[in-house]
Design a protein around this ligand. Structure first.
Ligand code: ZN
Ligand code: ZN
Length: 397
């Protein structure tokens, strides 16, 4: 209890600095793999703190550093991760720390993640004598679609020293500030996508018999694709097949040559992921063939599902319960959104949890990726405390 009170006091002390960092990053957002300014500040700050073995330029702009416990024994290595990238969104907030970069905005909260991990590094560095083992702090580029986590893993961040567990957090605008949400098992979906071009035969809109109408074919395919989730997936499982783009034709009286369709696919297990991929392709090819059209089909596997280890989730639940109170730690729903922290969790056990950042009274209610997204910065202190408490608990367990 004494140590918990001390931790909270220390967080209160550094919080103004953490908020200042978050606002600075917010004013200078950078897109994925271009986080040059951000990662430069991160590396400089880690070195100033005395964090060891600070490595830069991993996956272009990624940074890692080591905090070695001095409490004796070799101990394990735990990885703590923050993402640094922003989004191609024009900010519509009137705050004095609004984005200074036209058309780029920290609209997902990664500015807060980066600032929180710097604060976390500071507190753990100051507590080196209380734990055995090593904390590897990792700042990654390009979570928003670029898969920066995967590139960093390919460049070796899970080795030297070998990582035994990984933890990450995300601020959450669906969750009130002061509440923490977590879930054991598959917590966020895999996100895959497809694109296909239907090759028909264009012609006069009044002479369909001389054509192969790719719009009619595409319409049948869109309807048929909806039967995969409703008729082929186990109804107690979750999945999504969305056709989000359908481009064809220019005029009311012309049947075009081609139609292009694109879609996104979400699932939570490797089996369902495979099922959806196979059945989408079979239906697209089958319906197109039945209707005399050719098809050029491409399927792309994106981020895997984010799967929290059950034992690690229990460890986090205990640690964060001591931070916000057990009654404010809630079992979250499965999120259909995807997260590239999943690549770490594919390789080492760990947990990714959500730190509530919504505040209705203050009007901080806009969701992630919205031009008016903004967080209650009290979440930053809670996030740091939850990660420090989890890390210390893990290293002493
Ligand atoms: Zn996002
Ligand atoms: Zn995000």
């Amino acid at each position: 209890m004494v140590t918990e009170t001390r931790l909270r006091n220390d967080i209160d002390e550094i919080l103004p600095g953490v908020i200042a960092d978050r606002r600075d990053f917010h004013q200078h957002p950078e897109m994925g793999f271009q986080e040059v300014r951000t990662s430069g500040i991160v590396a400089e700050r880690l070195r100033a703190l005395g964090v060891e073995d600070v490595r830069t330029g991993i996956a272009k702009t990624g940074v890692t550093g080591l905090i070695r416990g001095t409490a004796g024994g070799t101990g394990r290595t735990v990885l703590l991760r923050a993402d640094m990238d922003a989004l191609p969104i024009q900010e519509e907030n009137a705050v004095d720390y609004r984005s200074q970069h036209e058309g780029v905005m920290h609209a997902c909260g990664h500015d807060g993640h980066t600032a929180m991990l710097l604060g976390t590094a500071r507190l753990l560095q100051e507590r080196r004598d209380t734990f055995a083992g090593t904390v590897k702090v990792l700042f990654q580029p390009a979570e928003e679609g670029g898969g920066g986590a995967k590139v960093m893993i390919d460049e070796g961040v899970l080795e030297d020293p070998k990582v035994d567990a990984a933890f990450g957090i995300h601020v959450a605008q669906e969750v009130p500030v002061g509440t923490i949400e977590l879930r054991a098992g598959p917590a966020m979906a895999a996100s895959d996508s497809f694109t296909f071009v239907i090759q028909g035969k264009g012609g006069h809109g009044a002479r369909p018999q001389a054509t192969v109408d790719p719009i009619a074919v595409g319409a049948q395919i869109v309807v048929a694709l909806q039967t995969i989730v409703s008729r082929e997936l186990d109804p107690t499982h979750q999945g999504v097949v969305t056709v989000g783009a359908f481009r064809a034709g220019e005029a009311a009286n012309v049947i075009p040559d081609t139609a292009e369709l694109r879609g996104t696919v979400r699932s939570f297990t490797p089996e369902n992921r495979q099922l959806l991929a196979e059945r989408i392709e079979a239906i697209v090819r089958g319906v197109a063939a039945a209707m005399r059209a050719e098809v050029d089909f491409r399927y792309r596997f994106g981020y895997p599902p984010t799967v929290n280890d059950a034992a690690m989730t229990e460890l986090v639940r205990g640690a964060v319960g001591a931070v916000v109170g057990a009654e404010r730690v809630i079992d979250g729903p499965q999120h259909m959104g995807a997260e590239d922290f999943s690549y770490f969790l594919e390789r080492v056990p760990g947990c990714f949890w959500f730190v509530g950042s919504k505040n209705e009274e203050r009007g901080l209610v806009w969701g992630h990726h919205h031009p008016r997204f903004d967080i209650d910065e009290a979440a930053l202190g809670i996030g740091i405390e939850s990660v420090v408490a989890t890390t210390l608990r893990y290293l002493s367990s």
